[in-house]
Design a protein around this ligand. Structure first.
Ligand SMILES: [Zn+2]
Length: 564
């Protein structure tokens, strides 16, 4: 069968060399489904440890150096003359020359976080040069190298597996289930107007639906598929490359993970069945396109990728799923058009008690007593039967509780919420914030500011909202020493910093009055300082002052004298 791989062939093959000195095994690949975004590169295993040599994959120059407590942690961006930029994330350390340059900039700016753009001649590199050491910095949860190849001009991340890196994958994708979605007001699947999921099994190397080979539907339907890829030598579940859907041998939906723009990455919440993912954790990819989904991966899809079945019509449906190495799996089944009059109607509950219809292409506003919501146009993926349920304040809650639509409906752009507190504790207005309730029934801080009698927040989530307060400052505890101990043999000072509610926002350390470079690692609640004799001097008593504030400006101070 003809396979359009034109964009695949346009990537320069075998131009780049491996960034590591040993065999590449992947913990994750390009386009994998993550929370609110697609994975923008590949995660290369570093033999389970930090400190492996990381090398530049081609000649070029360092165009950007980023240091951040979250995201890619310590990261390097290198421009190459062929129009691509390679990115190396979660590094433990940079190569010594770069590390020295970064530290100077950090002291100059008095900031651990850094985003700098060296000149073209500052750090020229040759293919294979050592540029850093692998690590686990930023939001990484285990040592690995996050590696990307971006198109320099557009900064769009591309699929690194299309460049001929020596990676072994001879295993075809796994298909777990198929989902059918009734799309119109009169559509149904097996007589009901709600989505239905069908388990897929594999027998004799072929995938088929477990319980039926023919499904009765009526009207317009959309198709979803739960699928992932496996690579040789590793057990990690990776993402797939293309999904093609055919009806009677004719393609009507085709998606491919060649590249996307960062500004599009959040459309993942429309690409996947968000509600299913929130409720059961299953990740179903939809092969049809919601009205306000502007992701660029649907290039081979006709219209919105849905399918109309006439009464008594039978169609053979085939899904063909490939990984980046051309390994292919497919599943076949029949759908039979049932006369719409014979279909039992079952209206989803959610549409029954709605407050208003919010068209996705318009700005939508609603206010009621102490509550206001303003949703900008194109913030919703589709028009919405908006619901609002209100319940009275309970103990420890400073306003009524607003159930804003439901947390299973994703929102693309930020919208504004305002809630009036029932009582404002004297002089504590600036400590008020909006909070929610998580899956485990625990209250969590959402944020916001007190303005004109209401607490205002920009957010991208529906769910429960109410006014709460944060007056407790973060906790600072010494971690690798006890106060009063002789510290002259220590190489670094470690602290545990934790906040009870709104979260840590700022921190600063000074020794003998001078600013010091503290590294913050939020995933471990860790703040540490590497003792530096060139900056603070050795063999004397020093004074350390550490201040840590939360989002609501509650501040803690830790002061000690120590000999080093
Ligand atoms: Zn990654």
């Amino acid at each position: 069968m003809f396979q359009p791989c034109s964009s695949q062939n346009s990537f320069p093959a075998n131009y780049f060399s491996s960034p590591i000195d040993f065999q590449i095994f992947l913990a994750a690949n390009f386009g994998e489904l993550r929370t609110d975004h697609f994975h923008s590169g590949i995660d290369i295993k570093t033999r389970g440890r930090s400190g492996e040599f990381i090398r530049t994959v081609a000649d070029g120059y360092i165009v950007r150096i980023n240091v951040s407590p979250g995201g890619f942690g310590r990261a390097l961006y290198i421009n190459h003359p062929n129009g691509y930029t390679s990115v190396y994330g979660h590094l433990d350390k940079f190569a010594p020359e770069i590390e020295k340059y970064v530290k100077e900039k950090q002291y100059q700016k008095q900031s651990f976080s850094l985003n700098i753009f060296p000149g073209k001649n500052d750090f020229q590199v040759k293919k294979g040069d050592l540029i850093g050491y692998s690590g686990n910095t930023g939001s990484s949860t285990g040592p690995h190298l996050h590696f990307e190849i971006r198109e320099t001009a557009t900064e769009r991340p591309t699929n690194p597996l299309l460049y001929g890196f020596p990676i072994s994958d001879r295993i075809p994708p796994i298909i777990k289930s198929i989902a059918l979605y009734p799309m119109g007001n009169k559509s149904s699947v097996q007589g009901q107007s709600v989505k239905k999921i069908f388990t897929v099994t594999k027998t004799n190397g072929n995938y088929r639906l477990k319980d039926s080979s023919e499904i009765s539907v009526s009207g317009r339907i959309g198709i979803g598929v739960e699928t992932y890829d496996l690579l040789n030598g590793v057990s990690n579940k990776c993402g797939i490359y293309t999904i093609e859907v055919l009806a009677e041998g004719k393609r009507f939906s085709y998606t491919s993970m060649n590249e996307f723009a960062f500004s599009e990455s959040r459309y993942i919440n429309s690409y996947i069945d968000y509600e299913e993912q929130q409720k059961s954790g299953r990740k179903i990819r939809k092969t049809f396109i919601e009205p306000n989904n502007q992701l660029r991966i649907y290039e081979g899809t006709k219209g919105d990728g849905s399918l109309y079945i006439g009464d008594d019509e039978t169609k053979n449906i085939k899904l063909i799923i490939k990984d980046s190495y051309g390994n292919t799996s497919f599943v076949n089944f029949n759908i039979k058009g049932l006369s719409q009059n014979n279909a039992k109607r079952m209206v989803p509950e959610s549409k029954e008690e709605y407050l208003m219809i919010m068209p996705y292409q318009l700005e939508n506003k609603y206010s009621f007593n102490g509550f206001e919501i303003e949703i900008p146009k194109y913030a919703l993926y589709d028009s919405l039967y908006f619901r609002l349920v209100i319940s009275p304040p309970s103990k420890g809650i400073y306003s009524w509780v607003y159930h804003v639509h439901d947390r299973f409906t994703p929102v693309h752009k930020s919208f504004t919420l305002r809630i009036k507190p029932e009582e404002v504790p004297d002089g504590l207005e600036d400590k008020l914030l909006l909070a929610g309730i998580d899956k485990n029934n625990e209250i969590f801080a959402r944020g916001g500011e007190f303005k004109n009698g209401k607490v205002e927040l920009r957010t991208r989530e529906f769910g429960k909202y109410f006014v709460s307060i944060d007056t407790l400052a973060p906790e600072i505890l010494p971690h690798n020493f006890i106060q009063g101990q002789d510290l002259s043999k220590k190489k670094e000072l470690q602290f545990k910093v934790k906040d009870n509610f709104s979260g840590i926002s700022e921190y600063e350390g000074r020794i003998d009055g001078e600013w010091i470079l503290l590294e913050y690692d939020p995933k471990n609640d860790s703040l540490f300082y590497i003792l530096d004799k060139d900056r603070i001097g050795k063999g004397k008593t020093h004074e350390l002052i550490l201040t840590v504030s939360d989002q609501k400006n509650n501040q803690s101070k830790f002061i000690m004298n120590f000999f080093w």
